[in-house]
Design a protein around this ligand. Structure first.
Ligand code: ATR
Length: 269
């Protein structure tokens, strides 16, 4: 029987992950299956136990279970510990559950693939929830000149900036405290879900700036539409989704799939 993997979420029916991992398995010749499982909101641990008992070797974990997966893990990677969340579970040969997160590195790989300004750049990150917590360490590792965290509730931005202060030059505040221009603006708020754009200063973008929405949807989000109207280059989270999947695949199979072809194939024309 081939090894089984899955993605747990709620809801999960629209997930692209099964398509992405099927493409990786075909490309690398790995014998495996990958399915989408809707876990019950109140029993993520039970869903994982059932899956493992039925031959599951590992899983991706998405909204709203990343903190549950963190608590379920017997061993955590340093980056998962910093992120406070797990998006990849690996069942090792002794039956121990290893929890890691590939979201942050997935974002940085995608930004690098798009030649985004990183080293010595001025970066503005919007939001201070779980999604943003998961990207700060790999972003700061690219050595930007400054990284500002701006959030609707400024106290949450201050807390995050403090938690990551040792890793690089960070500032924080409310949206009305954003001053100056930025080379890269990353939307990590969930405002896009409600069709909203965080309130940003009209002159927030430096020349050739990139506006990046971590969310992926078929239509450009309100943030990306606003950014395009203000002359920024734009990118959504599809590349991040593909790159985090490639990292998870590597953790499970010790083979790194190639992502360029899939990036083109999944982009609706
Ligand atoms: P996630 O795991 O997706 O990060 P979260 O931890 O609930 O979810 O965080 C959601 C983030 O989106 C927060 O930064 C939230 O701002 P607050 O901390 O002030 O709640 C932000 N957010 C949600 N809706 C928003 C909106 N309409 N405009 C601006 N920011 C919004």
């Amino acid at each position: 029987m081939s090894d089984r993997y899955c993605v747990f979420g709620h809801p999960i029916s629209h997930s692209l992950s099964p398509r992405i991992h099927a493409a990786f398995a075909e490309q690398t010749g790995e014998e495996m299956t990958y399915e989408a499982i809707e876990a019950p909101l109140e029993d993520f641990a039970g869903a994982w136990r059932d899956f493992a008992a039925a031959g599951g070797r590992g899983a991706n974990v998405t909204v709203p279970f990343k903190e549950d997966a963190y608590r379920l893990s017997d061993v955590l990677s340093p980056r998962a510990r910093l992120a406070g969340a797990v998006n990849t579970l690996v069942l090792d040969r002794n039956g121990e559950i290893f929890g890691d997160t590939t979201d942050g590195i997935g974002l940085v790989r995608d930004l690098q693939a798009q030649a985004a300004p990183l080293e010595k750049a001025r970066i503005l990150v919007l939001g201070a929830g779980g999604a943003v917590r998961g990207i700060l360490e790999p972003l700061l590792a690219t050595q930007p000149a400054t990284l500002m965290i701006a959030n609707r509730t400024p106290e949450k931005a201050h807390r995050l900036a403090k938690a990551f202060a040792g890793l690089g030059e960070t500032t924080s505040g409310g949206f009305d405290e954003i001053v100056g221009t930025f080379d890269l603006v990353i939307n990590g708020t969930s405002a896009s879900l409600g069709g909203e754009c965080p309130p940003l200063p009209e002159d927030v973008f430096a020349d050739d700036a990139l506006a990046y929405d971590m969310m992926y949807a078929n239509e450009p989000t309100a943030f990306l539409r606003w950014s395009a109207e203000h002359d920024a280059r734009t990118a959504d989270g599809l590349g991040m989704l593909i790159e985090q999947a490639a990292e998870s695949f590597f953790l499970w199979r010790d083979v790194r799939p190639e992502t360029a072809a899939l990036r083109k194939q999944l982009r609706p024309s």
